[in-house]
Design a protein around this ligand. Structure first.
Ligand SMILES: [Zn+2]
Length: 268
């Protein structure tokens, strides 16, 4: 009897979780179809009280992503993340999820606007979701990233950067585009290893001991030049250090950080 009850509970739970994905898949297909159909229409508008004219050109294709944002999920399993991104009420999603064992799951077409970045900016780009692909790494934020997961990430990044011709400096972390608000991926994320595979940027460590900073080197300007929003310089510094000097993460900018930043200017 006890076993029967347990079996019923498991069956109910099983069918519930299956339902979420059925609903999500159905909603995805319907929405994608509606969006596709809406592209053939151009709604006439008014500009300065005059109705706009309409002459259709035949020369176009879909816009492509030009930025990749890496996240950690801050959740405990891929299953939990799939659920989060399949449920309507969460209003969050990502194009890809990479599990601990290296499994890559795609949840949105690359050309769709995912909801992974939230408020943020990189350079003059103030609508990150519109131009980017979001990649979520299954990681609770405190544990190291597994070899299998990083390996899959490198293969995925190689594929995406090649397909969409995304430059190395346009591979960023969520913390880079949202200083003061986001701290993912964590300090344990191997940015240097990624750069060694030609993905993302890193500085020439050999030069760190010998480099001489120009007297007029301006930290605020250099961070802005890289893409950071320096409205709060302290927050931008924290995000910068999380990525390029993860062993000494803080809001203080040291002489070493200045040299790293200066050397990075050569990489962009
Ligand atoms: Zn994130």
């Amino acid at each position: 009897m006890k076993h029967l009850k347990l079996l019923i509970i498991l069956l109910v739970l099983g069918s519930c979780s299956k339902n979420i994905y059925q609903i999500s898949t159905k909603a995805y297909n319907k929405k994608a179809k509606t969006l596709g159909a809406s592209l053939s229409r151009i709604k006439q508008d008014t500009v300065n009280n005059r109705l706009t004219n309409l002459v259709k050109s035949q020369n176009f294709n879909l816009r492509k992503p030009n930025l990749i944002v890496i996240h950690h999920t801050a959740q405990d399993s891929c299953q939990q993340t799939y659920r989060t991104f399949a449920l309507k009420r969460t209003q969050v999603s990502s194009h890809y999820v990479i599990c601990d064992d290296g499994t890559v799951t795609q949840m949105l077409n690359d050309l769709l606007r995912g909801w992974h970045a939230g408020n943020g900016s990189w350079g003059k780009n103030t609508d990150i979701n519109s131009t980017s692909i979001g990649i979520e790494l299954d990681n609770n934020g405190k544990e190291p990233f597994s070899y299998a997961q990083i390996n899959s990430l490198i293969f995925l990044l190689q594929k995406l950067t090649e397909k969409y011709k995304i430059p190395a400096q346009n591979i960023v972390g969520h913390s880079d585009i949202a200083p003061g608000r986001k701290v993912d991926p964590s300090a344990l994320f191997p940015w240097k290893a990624l750069a060694e595979s030609g993905l993302g940027i890193w500085y020439d460590e050999e030069k760190l001991k010998t480099v001489v900073l120009p007297l007029d080197f301006n930290v605020d300007f250099a961070l802005k030049y890289m893409g950071y929003n320096t409205k709060s310089l302290k927050n931008a510094i924290y995000s910068f250090k999380l990525r390029f000097n993860a062993e000494e993460v803080s809001h203080e900018f040291t002489e070493k950080d200045k040299k790293i930043l200066f050397l990075l200017m050569d990489e962009i």
